[in-house]
Ligand binder design. Structure first.
Ligand SMILES: Cc1cc2nc3c(=O)[nH]c(=O)nc-3n(C[C@H](O)[C@H](O)[C@H](O)COP(=O)(O)OP(=O)(O)OC[C@H]3O[C@@H](n4cnc5c(N)ncnc54)[C@H](O)[C@@H]3O)c2cc1C
Length: 385
């Protein structure tokens, strides 16, 4: 959607195809990081965006065992928004779609599912689309696969991913927020248990990290056991765990970490999760996808303005530009997954914060480091098209 907006803003004709009728996905990524907010500022959209309902987190606070610590302080970042914004992904997407529609060359088709690619020799020349009106072909100078981690387009192009694996999955659930609840707490970590809590205004979006494939075992233990685990970790939630009535109230995120070897073919480019599924650590998936879109727009708009086929070299430039930040972020996520999460989930008992975490909690200066890594990421893109 972001790339569609940027292309249309540059006067290029663009069609965004979305297979669903709306953008509503419960428990989808909702963290909008300062780097993305800065892009909205550069586009002159920030004030309007911030008028939408959202919450702002300036400091991340977590609980390790019995100790509550501040882990990241965003208030010193050198950008306009010194906070993480939490906004439902459908609101963000509807906002971008609304901004894009202002441009007459932008077209958004909902309930339009890409079923395959059209090739002319070895070059991708368009897509096949299934709509309520039947199947049709849509020709294009360039096809961009931004169809997520299960990308059908990348499979149709025969692009191969390197899979890095993950020792965990996450189950998401929603619990109501009550007066007197702690402010801006980010969750709790203890041996055997990691529980994340995102403040969504009138409710908590809660994520329980479980060993990979552990949902079946969790269901075997029963929903009461899950309620007890949550209450043990967060006694203040005891009065509302009954809101989790059945397993339908719990959604599984199967964690994947992977990256395409090649992000493009002649006539085709993959970006976002279609090029690289990120671990949920740091909640950076949306932001990397947005940065990919900005980099792609910066590199491709001058090429597309020529009106001819985009040279494969330009598509490779997008990959070269975005592969480094993807690699660095995934490497950091894999290090945390394998050295922290795996060990924490594999043990039982009360955890004491390790020295490095205690030092972080005690030093406001040190708290600026994770804030910078998380909030701005590696190799920030700027809109220059
Ligand atoms: C449960 C969950 C929680 C997450 N939490 C966070 C978080 O807190 N913060 C964060 O930054 N990231 C989070 N992420 C990751 C984040 O959602 C993604 O990294 C980000 O949305 C990637 O954007 P994208 O545009 O590449 O793909 P997506 O957001 O997956 O968008 C792909 C779109 O393509 C559509 N589509 C798929 N196939 C087709 C087709 N054949 N034809 C037409 N349309 C198609 C889909 O319906 C979808 O709308 C989470 C992911 C999940 C699954």
């Amino acid at each position: 959607m972001m790339l569609g907006f940027l292309l249309a803003r540059a006067g290029l004709t663009v069609t965004v195809l979305e297979k669903h009728a709306d953008f509503f996905r419960d428990f989808r990524g909702d963290t909008v990081h300062p780097s993305t907010l800065e892009i909205l500022y550069e586009l002159g959209l920030l004030d309007e965006f911030l008028r939408l309902p959202h919450s702002e987190v300036r400091k991340l606070t977590g609980q390790v065992g019995e100790t509550t610590l501040t882990l990241a302080d965003f208030t010193h970042l050198p950008v306009h928004c010194k906070f993480l914004a939490f906004m439902p992904q459908w609101d963000f997407l509807n906002f971008l779609a609304g901004q894009a529609r202002v441009h007459p060359s932008f077209h958004l088709e909902m309930r339009a599912e890409v079923t395959g690619l059209m090739f002319a020799d070895a070059t991708v020349g368009g897509v096949r689309v299934r709509t309520a009106g039947g199947e049709r072909e849509l020709r294009a100078d360039l096809v961009v696969a931004a169809d997520g981690r299960d990308s059908r387009v990348r499979a149709a192009a025969g692009l191969q991913a390197i899979d890095f694996g993950a020792p965990m999955d996450v189950v998401w659930m929603r619990l109501s927020k009550q007066p007197g609840d702690p402010e801006q707490i980010f969750g709790r970590i203890d041996f055997g248990r990691i529980f994340v809590m995102l403040d969504r205004g009138d409710y908590w979006q809660c994520g329980l990290v479980i060993p990979k494939g552990g949902l079946a075992e969790m269901q075997r233990r029963g929903i009461d056991a899950l309620r007890n685990d949550i209450t043990e970790m967060n006694p203040f939630l005891s009065d509302r765990v009954a809101e989790l009535r059945t397993w339908d109230d719990i959604k599984l995120l199967t964690v994947q970490v992977n990256r395409l070897r090649e992000w493009c073919r002649p006539g085709l480019l993959c970006i976002g999760d279609a090029a690289h599924a990120m671990s949920p650590i740091g909640g950076v998936g949306i932001n990397l996808a947005i940065q990919d879109a900005v980099a792609a727009a910066n590199i491709l708009i001058p090429e597309l303005r020529h009106g001819a086929a985009v040279p494969i070299e330009a598509l490779r430039r997008v990959q070269r530009r975005r592969e480094l930040p993807t690699r660095v972020t995934q490497r950091a996520q894999l290090m945390i997954q394998n050295n922290v999460i795996k060990r924490v989930l594999g043990r039982r008992g009360r955890m004491r914060p390790p020295l490095v975490v205690r030092a972080l909690g005690a030093s406001p200066l040190l708290q600026r480091i994770p804030a910078r890594l998380l909030g701005l990421g590696f190799r920030r893109e700027h809109v220059n098209c």
